[in-house]
Design a protein around this ligand. Structure first.
Ligand code: NAG
Length: 148
């Protein structure tokens, strides 16, 4: 183990950049493999998302295919029903990914999740997908959140 985790913890304690790897479930990543999901800020899990605030999302994945494009699809699952969730930028190629996507490369999909004031203060599961040329998922991840 290198010194990187120690550095990260020190940065966290100093209140500086401190992305939190969160627990997630894979919901069928076919064209890729997810290694890490960071939400910032998220001090404890499930992440508490404050209405009116924005959160940064950073998904690290390894691509299994080549693709010219990548498109994000986000749903909020409320009592088992997936509800489409609008995000400002759906184009993965404008979210930290350099396209065309190459095979066997690691990418960081980085975007912002604005939590609108009008959202109800409920617990829900976020389902986040990034699709390739063929509409298959580079990744499909699920994680619980609490809107406060
Ligand atoms: C996303 O996570 C990766 C891996 O930890 C890191 O190298 C990168 O700097 C992060 N990006 C942002 C915007 O935090």
């Amino acid at each position: 183990m290198g010194s990187w985790p120690v550095v990260m913890i020190l940065l966290c304690l100093m209140g500086l950049t401190c992305a939190e790897p969160i627990n997630f479930n894979d919901c069928g990543s076919l064209s890729g493999k997810v290694t890490m999901v960071d939400i910032y800020p998220c001090a404890k899990q499930p992440c508490q998302l404050r209405r009116g605030d924005s959160y940064s999302v950073n998904v690290t994945f390894n691509s299994g295919v080549e693709s010219q494009i990548s498109t994000a699809v986000v749903h909020g699952i409320v009592i088992g029903i997936p509800i489409p969730f609008a995000i400002p930028v759906r184009d993965g190629c404008k979210s930290g990914i350099q396209c065309p996507i190459q095979k066997q490369q690691t990418y960081h999909y980085q975007t912002t999740l604005p939590v609108k004031k009008m959202y109800p203060a409920i617990k829900l599961v976020v389902e986040w997908e990034l699709t390739d040329n063929n509409g298959q998922d580079f990744f499909c991840i699920k994680f619980p959140v609490q809107i406060v």
